[in-house]
Design a protein around this ligand. Structure first.
Ligand code: G16
Length: 547
């Protein structure tokens, strides 16, 4: 059935520049006529060879997901795609979308999400394009999309009504086939192939082991119900906040000690009887791991995951290498050294891991921003991290907090914290970073807050596979005792600027491992203030979020 093609005249919007992970803006911005359409058209114009090919489409179910999916389906038909695989009700978690792209060898995928940012009519929305490897498009591609948005004069669609995405099956929009898939099945099957489900099921059945998974009313609810409760047999009620809501129940679906405070409190209360807790974010790619009265920092989680690879069926044959983003703590570097495998340091953003994973240089990757994942997909993967931990717990029969403490005893502790100053004035944020950059050469060799600066630079990265260069990826101040302070502006916010200050100090002496984190980092916190004049530049007395 041929359909009438429609070209709608349009004109550029300013600011359609993808950030750390796609284009993220307020819903009110996305709802402007032609805003979404322009960006989608720019993606399709940047592609070549999509005629007759398969596109994967889905999102985290946040407000506007349903409207955007219908718009994109019509535009995909006009762009000549042969088939779209779309999750039922327009739902696909970010790691599940990556798994589907890879399994069905799709041409690429569009994921609708603003990740951990709040949703609802006044919340955030987002869109990003993933390549045929299942991973976020690289900077070259996103830069080209941005260029295209700045010269666009029309978008193309077809004259077709909305279709019912509520039932698994096949439909047509013109000549394009739309296959509505179970959003969970392919992903669950992949995870089942990596972990020892029998052993994890036995752990979950033990009366002395109780787990809680907080889905934060976000996309992972149905995934966690299926995998943890149905396939692994965890008691009903293990998954809480498991119904995805367009506004995440008014919450902030970011699994950190501030926004998942209830989970942390439950694990800290011995009366709850809980031994293990976990949570994931809006689109299911971030994770938080909680032991009894113990939040595992994402950097430590990455190091523990790497160190215990031999216990996990999917990884027992060995790791090719590991990778972490630059601001992530160096705990995993120590593990890599002991394992005799390479450790790569990339800029912030999962897209930088893609080429290392594709080239077989790294098997496991992770970031301080609560992301861990592996070569099984090309996104970070929240439930993957939870199952990896459950598999470790099942084999070692040791509580999560003890596992981390034993890890510190073996490798030393990289004491680590991130301080966020959210929603500061954009100009003030830029000024702070520019002043800092200008002063870097003079800082080297000086004594700052009684700590001597060994090196100071603005991180630049040359991809070891394709040789591409990414500059200005964060200011690093490296101290003689091996500590460091990193400054970066977030690339995922939608209001003003967010300054992130990352603080790290290595403590080998086990008798010092229990010193509270902020106390252990106090000299570095003071140094950060002195060097960057945070209070003077931002007008803030302290950070909004400490994680
Ligand atoms: C995104 C990227 C991550 C990155 C994070 C950093 O996460 O996918 O790789 O670490 O942003 O964010 P920022 O630039 O704010 O520090 P997500 O979960 O938002 O897609």
């Amino acid at each position: 059935m041929t359909m009438k093609l429609i070209s709608v005249p349009s004109a550029p919007f300013s600011g359609q520049k993808p950030g750390t992970s796609g284009l993220r803006k307020k819903v009110t911005v996305f709802r402007q006529p032609r805003y979404l359409e322009n960006f989608v058209q720019a993606i399709f114009d940047t592609l070549s060879g999509q005629q007759g090919k398969t596109l994967v489409l889905g999102g985290d179910g946040r407000f506007y997901n349903d409207v955007a999916i219908q718009t994109i389906l019509r535009m995909a038909a006009a762009a000549g795609f042969g088939r779209v695989l779309v999750g039922r009700d327009g739902i696909l978690s970010t790691p599940a979308a990556s798994a589907v792209i890879r399994k069905w060898q799709a041409f690429g995928g569009i994921i609708l999400s603003a990740s951990h940012n709040p949703g609802g009519p006044d919340g955030d929305f987002g869109i990003k394009y993933n390549l045929s490897n299942g991973g976020p498009a690289n900077e070259g591609f996103t830069d080209a999309v941005y260029q295209r948005t700045q010269e666009i004069s029309a978008y193309h669609t077809v004259d077709a009504a909305d279709i019912d995405l509520g039932r698994i099956g096949e439909l047509h929009i013109g000549e394009m086939l739309v296959t509505i898939i179970d959003p969970v099945a392919d992903y669950a099957e992949l995870l089942e192939s990596l972990f020892d489900f029998e052993r994890i099921a036995a752990l979950l059945a033990r009366p002395d082991f109780r787990m809680r998974f907080d889905a934060m009313h976000a996309v992972n609810g149905p995934y966690a119900h299926e995998i943890l409760e149905r396939r692994l047999g965890a008691p009903a009620g293990t998954v809480v906040n498991g119904t995805p809501l367009p506004d995440f129940g008014g919450g902030h679906p970011d699994p950190n000690p501030v926004y998942a405070a209830e989970l942390v409190a439950a694990l800290a209360d011995s009366r709850s009887g809980l031994s293990f807790g976990a949570a994931s974010d809006g689109d299911g790619d971030r994770n938080m791991i909680v032991g009894r009265d113990f939040v595992v920092s994402p950097s430590d989680s990455l190091a523990v995951i790497a160190a215990n690879y031999a216990l996990i069926p999917g990884y027992a044959s060995g790791l090719a290498g590991v990778a972490r983003s630059m601001p992530t703590s160096c705990a995993v570097d120590r593990v890599a050294r002991e394992l005799g495998i390479p450790c790569y340091e990339t800029p912030t953003g999962w897209k930088y891991f893609g080429s290392l994973l594709d080239a077989g240089k790294a098997t496991i990757c992770g970031e301080e921003s609560a992301g861990t994942g592996s070569s099984h997909v090309r996104e970070k993967d929240g439930l993957w991290a939870v199952l990896y931990w459950l598999n470790i717990l099942a084999v070692r029969d040791t509580p999560a907090d003890v596992i981390v403490r034993e890890h510190w005893q073996r490798f030393g502790r990289n004491v680590y914290s991130r301080h966020d100053y959210e929603g500061i004035d954009t100009a003030a944020g830029d000024r702070l970073m520019n002043d800092l950059r200008a002063r870097l050469p003079q800082l080297v060799g000086t004594l700052c807050n009684e700590l001597r600066v060994a090196a100071a630079d603005d991180f630049a990265y040359t991809d070891p596979v394709d040789g591409s260069l990414s500059e200005r990826q964060g200011v690093r101040i490296l101290l003689e005792d091996g500590s460091r302070v990193v400054f970066r502006l977030s690339g995922t916010g939608t209001e003003g600027a967010t300054l992130r200050v990352y603080l790290e100090r290595y403590v080998a002496d086990a008798s010092q491992h229990e010193v509270p984190t902020q106390e252990a980092l106090a000299p570095l916190i003071g140094l950060a203030e002195t060097v960057a004049q945070i209070a003077a530049n931002t007008g803030r007395k302290g950070p909004d979020v400490i994680s």
